[in-house]
Design a protein around this ligand. Structure first.
Ligand code: 13P
Ligand code: SF4
Length: 304
């Protein structure tokens, strides 16, 4: 059944000129049929490269908005309209305009997990894999990092030459796990390396052997000679890695490490979005695109 539906999706994408982009948190069956699979940075870069007139994004809303801003001439469809990132909704454009008044000499560094409207008032955008490099490369010395305080704290620790201010936003999925969860997982698997996403709390990151984006974690586990790993990010990454490497063992930091928004998209949603029977076309006005794309393009320029 799954194979049949996957084949139908592949046939329809070819017939209709549709390209499917999937974030690495998607299920195995979705990743298998996507043209590009990767972290937020990889999806943003892919948006510039894809040739098809329609792009179906399997991920959360801000990812589809980013694709639309980078390729406004394309029809961009979010495979499941319910897929939102709660962190991206934590601050509105107006909130950020107010905060900027308090810190007029600070450049606004916006995590890509923000709405298109928030991006219109940011100086640069970053993803978890590119934030350190970009903050280092920026000529500005004072950086207001929004909205994720955990990612911001991690970046500040790697870029001590800059002055950082933070807002108190964050990812409810990653921030839920405490030092005691990491300690418990390490006790249960004493030979395993702990790999965590920088959206985790600083006290969890302190215990980690590696800190990186979803793709960074997957690359580290692929290249490492170690045989056991505790994965401190969404549990889909545990499944992807275990499917890929039968000779290695992967354990979740917690069995509850789920982002419901990332899990809501099904293979059937992808089929419906590809055939025009489902999904939601992303519509942004010209001014939002023109103002918001600048910080994403600066990210791609500085991120390489
Ligand atoms: P990545 O930069 O790893 O894609 O992070 C996206 C995300 O939503 C992690 O929670
Ligand atoms: Fe947003 Fe966190 Fe889910 Fe990523 S894992 S989409 S940051 S809520």
């Amino acid at each position: 059944m799954i194979k049949d539906l996957q084949q139908k999706i592949l046939d329809e994408t070819k017939k209709r000129g549709v390209c499917v982009l999937a974030h690495s948190y998607m299920s195995e069956e979705i990743c298998e049929i996507a043209e590009y699979v990767g972290d937020s940075y990889a999806l943003a870069s892919a948006a510039k490269k894809v040739k098809c007139p329609t792009v179906v994004v399997c991920g959360v809303r801000f990812m589809a908005e980013t694709v639309k801003m980078l390729s406004p001439e394309k029809r961009v469809v979010l495979a499941n309209p319910l897929a939102a990132c709660p962190m991206a909704e934590q601050f509105s454009r107006e909130d950020i305009v107010e905060v900027k008044k308090r810190y007029p000499d600070y450049a606004v560094v916006a995590y890509i997990n923000t709405t298109a409207e928030v991006k219109t008032v940011a100086d640069v955008c970053v993803t978890s894999s590119s934030a350190v490099k970009i903050c280092r490369a920026m000529p500005e010395k004072n950086l207001l990092f929004i909205p994720d305080i955990n990612l911001g704290t991690y970046v500040a620790s790697q870029v001590p030459e800059k002055n950082f201010k933070f807002l108190s936003g964050g990812c409810p999925t990653h921030a839920r796990f405490e030092k005691s969860h990491a300690e418990e997982a390490k006790r249960a698997h004493p030979n395993a390396l702990l790999l965590v996403h920088p959206e985790c709390r600083p006290e969890v990151c302190e215990l980690a052997d590696y800190i990186g984006s979803t793709s960074g974690i997957m690359d580290f586990a692929t290249e490492s000679d170690a045989k056991e790993f505790i994965i401190g990010t969404e549990n889909s990454i545990v499944q992807h890695l275990q499917t890929k490497f039968a000779d290695k063992k992967f354990y979740p930091l917690s069995r509850d490490f789920f982002c419901h928004n990332m899990r809501v998209t099904t293979l059937r949603d992808v089929y419906d979005a590809v055939t025009g029977e489902g999904g939601e076309e992303i519509v942004l006005d010209g001014k939002t695109i023109a103002d918001g794309v600048k910080c994403i393009e600066r990210m791609i320029k500085l991120g390489g």
